[in-house]
Each structure stands twice: as C-alpha cells, then as structure tokens.
Design a protein around this ligand. Structure first.
Ligand SMILES: [Zn+2]
Length: 148
C-alpha cells in the first residue's frame, strides 16, 4: 500500500482536456527549442495543434514528469482542471500514438511502487523504471477530434 501517497483520487470531474506536445515557453509565450530540460525562466508548457500554450500549476507533482526526455518526445493528452493564466492542473497524463492512449508512469518491481515522476524509488532507492502501457479502454464522451 506504500504507493498510495502518489495516487490521490479526486472525484471532481476534469474540465479541460488538451492534446499536443511539450515545449519550453517564456513568459511572453515565446517557445524555445529544448533538446534538454527547460532552463529557468522558461517553463514547460503544452502546445496544442492550434498553437495555444497551456502552462502547469506551480509545484504540480505531475509536471515533474516533463523533465524526462522520453516523455517530452511524445504527443501527450492531458486532462485536468483549468486554472487562471492558461494553466492546467494535471489529473491525467497519457501519450497518444496512432490514436491509441498510453499510460506513462514509473515503477519499482522490487517494491511494487508506482510513481508519477522518475528518480530513486522512495522505498529501496533503486532507480524507478519508466513504463508505458496501453491504457485500458474507457468511454470518452467528448471525443471531439480525430487524429490528423
Ligand atoms: Zn523500490
């Protein structure tokens, strides 16, 4: 049950679902190419196909995952709560590939711990393993746009 600290279950329905890729953005909204992690003052943002930028809430533990190159290289679908200043508080983060959703997380086989961000296992201190698994089928009521 040690993994529970990482998995808060909020019952409030999400009010925003966005899809696009992660960029580094300055305060003026200018995006900066970032082969590596974002350097301050630029922050991670998700850029949609329409070119709209969404920032993340300060100290959102779910946003830690963007430090991982493997995550930034993917097309992502993020669901969460809209916050002022074009920000989103992340509730669900998935990769999209060929129209299929994948859950992204980190896992310690030894301790059976699942975490949202990489780094050492909070239990045994071994490096957590990055996992990408096909999301379980779920009904999507607001499937607004098709891929492409
Ligand atoms: Zn462990």
């Amino acid at each position: 049950m040690a993994g529970e600290v990482f998995a808060q279950n909020e019952n409030r329905p999400v009010d925003l679902t966005i899809e696009g890729s992660i960029v580094c953005a300055g305060d003026q909204g200018a995006t900066i190419p970032s082969p590596g992690p974002c350097a301050a003052p630029a922050r991670y943002a998700l850029r949609t196909d329409e070119g709209k930028l969404y920032f993340f809430v300060d100290q959102d533990p779910r946003a830690e995952i963007f430090k991982d190159d493997r995550v930034r290289a993917k097309r992502l679908r993020i669901s969460g709560w809209a916050r002022p200043g074009n920000r989103i508080e992340i509730i669900k983060l998935q990769a999209v590939r060929d129209g299929v959703l994948y859950d992204l997380y980190y896992f310690c086989e030894t301790c059976n711990i699942t975490a949202y961000a990489g780094g050492p296992c909070p239990c045994c201190r071994e490096e957590l393993e990055f996992r990408e698994t096909r999301a379980k089928k779920e009904r999507m009521k607001d499937e607004r746009k098709d891929e492409g």
